[in-house]
Design a binder for this molecule. Structure first.
Ligand SMILES: [Zn+2]
Ligand SMILES: [Zn+2]
Length: 321
């Protein structure tokens, strides 16, 4: 079922579709039918430019939709923006059908790291001995482009991408896509910017000193400002809301946020729509319905339109329905 949230302003042609919005690992079963069980993957079209945010298991049905005869939109050039390389954000890549099409050109963007390259991380995690076909056996031409935090680059004429650092174990990248046809921000996975600073090491919360030193505070402030900049006046913000407040209180060291954190930040940034994303894998359809209802009312107090991400949810501006 396709549901559309239409932006009231503008007549652009940016079109965003959710293919996977589940956090941590994919799920299936009667309790997860309406919101879906696939992990992070979002399709963004700006004119003829296709950008894919994350390569979770939602990338498999997205790939099939792109190679379906008469799909209507040829995608010979694809930009894949990876937030980070935790499994739930990359595991769909080997099942992405255009990867095996000689006529496809894919640019994969991800964080530049000192310990290993983006290409070697993906090749090692998605090939032998974890998968039957080596990641290098693809037929598409694939180029890897490592990005830094707080950087802006063009992926097509008039389509710019900006990055920022997110507060997550092993660090993650938030993205903003700017175009004359619409603006969106993709902020997953991240903890809020007040309690714990995540770097490359796992945070042992239970033995950790609970007060932050001034330098950590400064880094967190910079991170928060970076995320505010990504979300500033955006048509849509897709935000990690894995936790409910009581869950966050127990597991702040997992690196995820709650709807309250997302509403506070996106309303401050004067974004128009907030899409709750990276649903806890245990969260049932009924529970997400209830969460959406509660936080939709709360967001409205800040002039923000809120929806929970579900597979098939399409965000458009202007006349398209
Ligand atoms: Zn995740
Ligand atoms: Zn993660």
């Amino acid at each position: 079922m396709e549901t559309t949230v239409q932006c009231a302003l503008g007549k652009g042609t940016m079109k965003v579709r959710i293919w996977g919005c589940r956090g941590s690992y994919p799920v299936s079963g009667a309790d997860f039918i309406r919101y879906g069980g696939n992990t992070s993957c979002v399709e963004v079209w700006v004119g003829n430019t296709l950008i894919i945010l994350d390569a979770g298991t939602g990338m498999r049905p997205l790939g099939l939709s792109l190679v379906t005869p008469n799909a209507g939109r040829p995608a010979s050039r694809i930009h894949v923006l990876i937030s980070h390389t935790h499994w739930d954000h990359i595991i769909g890549f080997p099942f992405f059908r255009p990867l095996y099409d000689i006529n496809t050109y894919i640019t994969v963007y991800g964080l530049r790291r000192s310990d290993q390259s983006l290409e070697s991380t993906l090749t090692r995690s998605l090939g032998k001995p974890f998968f039957g076909i080596p990641f290098t056996a693809r037929q598409a031409r694939v180029e890897f482009r490592e990005v830094d935090f707080y950087q802006t680059f063009a992926v097509a004429q008039d389509v710019r991408v900006t990055t920022a650092r997110l507060n997550h174990p092993y660090r993650a990248v938030g993205y903003r896509i700017d175009s004359p046809d619409g603006t969106m921000a993709y902020i997953t996975d991240t903890a809020p910017f007040d309690q714990i600073l995540f770097g490359d090491e796992q945070v042992d919360w239970h033995s950790k000193e609970r007060t932050l030193d001034p330098l950590s505070k400064q880094i967190l402030d910079r991170m928060r400002q970076g995320v505010l900049d990504l979300c500033a006046n955006a048509d849509w913000v897709i935000y990690d809301t894995h936790f409910q407040p009581e869950e966050y209180a127990k597991r702040p060291h997992w690196g995820h946020s709650t709807p309250n954190h997302a509403i506070r930040l996106t309303s401050h940034a004067k974004a128009r729509h907030l899409i709750l994303f990276h649903h806890d894998p245990h969260r049932t359809d009924q529970q997400i319905d209830a969460i959406e209802g509660i936080y939709r009312a709360r967001a409205a107090e800040f002039g923000l339109i809120l929806a929970a991400a579900r597979e098939g949810l399409t965000l458009t501006r202007g006349l398209e329905r």
